[in-house]
Design a protein around this ligand. Sequence first.
Ligand code: GAL
Length: 916
Amino acid sequence: MIDRNRTGAPASARRWLAAVLLLCLLAPLLAAATPRERVLLDTGWRFHRGDPAGVDGRLDYDVRPEITQSADGKVADARPDEAVRIEATRPVLKPWILPTGNRFIRDPKQRHARPDAAPPVGDIAFLRADFDDSHWQPVSLPHDWAIAGPFIADGPYGGMGRLPSWGIGWYRRSLDIPASDHGRRVYLDVGGAMSYATVWLNGQLVGGWPYGYNSWRVDLTPYIEFGGSNQLAIRLDNPPESARWYPGGGLYRDVHLTTTAPVHVAQWGTHVTTPEVSPQSATVHLAVTVDNTTDAPVHAQVETEFFALDANGQPQGEAVARIPAIGFDIVAGGNTKATSRARIATPRLWGPPPSQQPNLYLAVTTVRQDDRVIDRHETRFGIRDVQWDADRGVVVNGEHIVLNGVNQHHDLGALGAAFNLRAAQRQLEILRGMGVNAIRMAHNPPDPQLLELTDRMGFLVIDEVFDSWEKKKTPLDFHLVFPDWHEADLRAMLRRDRNHPSVILWSVGNEVGEQYDGEAGADIGWGLAQIVREEDPTRPTTASMNWAKADMPFPGMFDVINLNYQGEGIRQDPEFEGTERIRTPPSYPDFRATFPDKVMFGSETASALSTRGTYLFPVTPAQSAPVRDHNGGGDSATQRVSAYELYAVDFGSSADKVFATLDRHPYVAGEFVWNGFDYLGEPTPYYSARSSYSGMIDLAGFPKDRYYLYQARWRPDLPMVHILPHWNWPNRMGVVTPVHVFTSGDEAELFLNGVSQGRKKKGRHEYRLRWDAVAYQPGELRVQAYRNGKPWAQATLETTGAPAQLALEADRSRIGNDGRDLSFITLRVLDAQGRAIRNADNLVRFEVQGPAELVATDNGDPRDLTAFPSPERRAFSGLALAIVRGLPGQSGTVTVKASGDGLQAGELQLQVGQPQ
Ligand code: GAL
């Protein structure tokens, strides 16, 4: 049932029938009179993996090439390959799916006609309304079918996270559409479905969308039985080896049913820009596209009111500006765009904290026909001025903002790809704690709610659409559909996301193979950049380059130069002599000389690697080194990378080396570090693991040491000092055990058991203080940091005793009972004196009592193949995480307990109740 907040049904069947008849008669009138409804379809779904027997490819979107070579463990900057193109010689569904993208294809001649005949699929049990799906798994959305595992320990699956994301999945539910909706349009709005979705209603193919990261809509109207139950079935078909990371699988974002009058604001039909911004006033330019889905021309009026939003996103007081009604005609089956302007006096600007505030506004657009309100549509936006200055970089509202950015993939660790607002918000909060002010959405359109968060929290965003174009990085990645879908996918992202003030730059690709193709590759880039310019002339375009050089045609196609790793130079150390992989000298000066008028920055820097809390010896004396067994970088036997934070992928650099490069080239606008949070898949350099080593924060959300190195630079006013390694080394008595210190100060003195190990000052282009000759003895390390000669911050680190007790700490002790809200609970292993043991690895067991459930556990260890839902988890480097969700609709006190052999249990209470 869809909860529409309508008045209850009449009691008797006869009265019910009479009401239906009346509604049918009045339907056209009512249809025109009721503004839009948007209903979240999160419950009532049944899910099943695999097709019914005997389908034999009849439901395939298209035929796919054979996988001849497995791509697991391929170096990330390996040159992409030529596509293998094959023509289907048997019927496939593609001709019926392609028209779903028509709205996003500019040239009418290029749009796709739906075949007259129904697709020749025959009788498919799962499509029938009378199919009994009661034995299917009941699920709520968002849903990721693979995240519960189990992990696949053996075989070439590391790249995609060792979780079974590929294959077929079906979702079914019924939709009760009232007779009163007759004459209205009913759309299914899908935030994202992984992947190759086909949507069926009452056994008929409605449409679909291959790319798993985009949001899309299908029009259910022609297939609906009004006044009855409608059987919805969605089939997804994830190709194997389709990604360089974990894609997830399923309806992993929100799905809505949107019902409108036949004349209504089009999908993503508003476009707000703020061409003139000053402290005194702002001009807001608004374009509204209105669709007329009837077969007669109509006349409509559109008017818009603007409201300021408070910090909770609620409109404050009276409208601050108004665009009076404009009337216009719309042809039958067509649309019209109405453009107009308003002036907002003393605007509260949107800008990144801490120096600015992310203020937001709301535009409420009303569509009228014959003086009746037929649609009401809301658009959130911000008023800000962004200038791109080749000498300084990004200037927001007149203030130069150095980009202290990170790259983020879409998964939420143990929760997988299924979007969760609180989990995403927590990630952003942790990143903000480090001083991050910018996010690159690597390498695909994010969940729309993530951009609402970045708007509200004031992050600057690079919105990126593709990781590959025509050439492939993995055998069955997006290149398979690029020729047919790139225009629709790109325009869909642009129209969906262009009103977000946080988005400052559009990226049309990441390290694409077309960089290697001279003019031909540049032409494809130019075509994509032109699409961006058509849809949004206010923001620049870019594509990230790890190979194209300044003198090649490719970089000239874009407005902003985005370099991956090239700025610092790639594989320049002597040990890479003779290697056939990419080798590039430091490249910012070359690009600067060739493009003196373009802003440039490192869209991927570092790709430094580490396992949280793991320290290997010897420690390289270099500022940056690749991970090798012999240099203290890695241990291939245990698949751990040292957390001295000096080691990187072969084509990358340590954080320190990147900082030095940026400081030597002050025209570079900043960096986006690869990467913020560890993510599932791509576990370079150890592909038998499940998750990456490149995050500054591990998969569970626990900061690695590197977090503090960035914090020291990005939050210079925060007095802080951080010491590594841990100080529990019973087997290193008297052995040299380097101590490194990260501080926002400029100098520090280190004491071991009260004895000074010397006072050190950061030199030019040095970002850490190193005491590389400390001989280990147990006891206390203490560091006193200074800034400008004055005491600035202090820290101590002690040798701890044996594990004795467990302590729990919740990030939030009240959670809402909407079935989505979460509490993230950190477990620490303590000694008898209550000191956290930074190298403890005890096995613990979580238990939840009361109106909540344990959703997942983790510890941030990339090698841990214990399934995420497991209540048992080994602590890793002293920590473990439990994720707890309030049960929908329930309230009360929840007790979370953690126990372990020989340890005093830890316990805490949470309150579950109405979301606040
Ligand atoms: C880059 C690539 C990223 C990621 C990274 C890992 O080359 O663009 O997606 O793979 O390497 O180091």
